[in-house]
Ligand binder design. Structure first.
Ligand code: P6P
Length: 315
């Protein structure tokens, strides 16, 4: 079996950059352990405070953020942490070359009902500032805390998947993820249909029309309500994930955050042969103006993303 350490040693990347993946893997193992016991230890539920997004923080959001910060603080190669759970960036007392932007526990609304959640992270050059486009990422990854704990990462060229074994070691289970260009599975919160723009309504209606419609095939719909779970499914078997701009979230610029949700997931999907769009441009081309900026996110199978882009091009 190839372990994460073996795989990292074989990549042609700076050892400091490789160490960031090791750090995030170690944090993910600790978070996985906390989640497994949370219902027993009474750590589900609300933390009684809100984050910069004005969202009620779950106890596990705060705990997971502390775990990530603790691990990152021990890595001299990381000098800046941006977290969904922290209003401001944390500048660590070292000259490390790397910046990590993270959503320490994404999908936490699913925690109390034992549905897969995850930790998402993006790696940037700390010397190039906080507001870099996703195309500048040096690496990205997520941990998915599901029936198994998966760790999916990229430095750009390929995306690889690891699974936590019974000894607490991540072993390589998919050496090169490949998102099929064609798919018949889409993920969107259809309860928001009345809020969608013309392009989203048009694309989804074609899918719903099935075999006799313009798409000429039957589609299935999946929506976990946890980005990590939906994106992991797409990386493993194809499909498209959509959280587009709609009449309710447009004022905020969308629902999902650019630096630690849209960008890392878009880089992983691109590394696996897929594509992303905001409707107007690749997610990876958006130049952020704020570390907690939101963005419309459509990503997954290239042919499906192209269809969505064609709808937006119609205006
Ligand atoms: P909705 C979780 O809160 C999250 O940020 C993503 O993980 C997920 O894809 C989305 O929001 C779910 O949104 O509108 O279905 O609750």
């Amino acid at each position: 079996m190839t372990t994460l350490s073996d795989w990292l040693a074989a990549q042609n990347v700076d050892q400091g950059l490789a160490s960031v993946m090791t750090t995030m893997a170690a944090a993910s193992v600790e978070i996985a352990g906390v989640l497994r016991q949370a219902a027993i230890t009474g750590q589900t539920g609300l933390a009684g405070q809100t984050n910069v997004q004005g969202e009620d923080q779950k106890a596990l959001d705060v705990i997971s953020n502390h775990i990530v910060l603790n691990h990152i603080g021990q890595n001299p190669h990381i000098s800046i942490l941006i977290s969904e759970e922290l209003d401001e960036p944390v500048h660590l007392q070292n000259q490390g070359a790397y910046l990590v932007a993270t959503d320490p526990l994404d999908g936490s609304s699913n925690l109390d009902v034992n549905v897969t959640v995850g930790t998402i992270f993006s790696i940037l050059d700390a010397r190039k500032g906080l507001l870099q486009p996703g195309s500048a990422q040096l690496g990205a990854g997520y941990a998915a805390y599901g029936p198994a704990t998966s760790f999916v990462i990229t430095f750009g060229p390929v995306a690889a998947a690891f699974t936590l074994d019974e000894t607490g070691v991540f072993v390589l289970t998919t050496a090169q993820l490949g998102v099929p260009a064609a798919s018949a599975e889409y993920a969107i919160n259809t309860a928001r249909e009345r809020l969608w723009d013309r392009a989203t309504k048009g694309y989804v209606a074609e899918n719903v029309a099935g075999e006799t419609g313009p798409a000429g095939k039957r589609y299935n719909m999946r929506w976990v309500g946890s980005m990590v779970a939906d994106v992991h499914r797409i990386l493993m078997r194809g499909g498209i994930f959509m959280y587009p701009l709609d009449s309710e979230n447009a004022a905020k610029g969308g629902r999902l955050r650019l630096l630690y949700e849209g960008n890392p997931m878009a880089l992983l999907v691109q590394a696996a042969g897929g594509a992303s769009t905001t409707g107007q441009q690749s997610v990876l081309d958006v130049v952020p103006s704020d570390i907690h900026q939101r963005v419309p996110v459509v990503l997954g199978s290239a042919d499906e993303v192209k269809r969505v882009e064609a709808w937006y091009a119609k205006g």
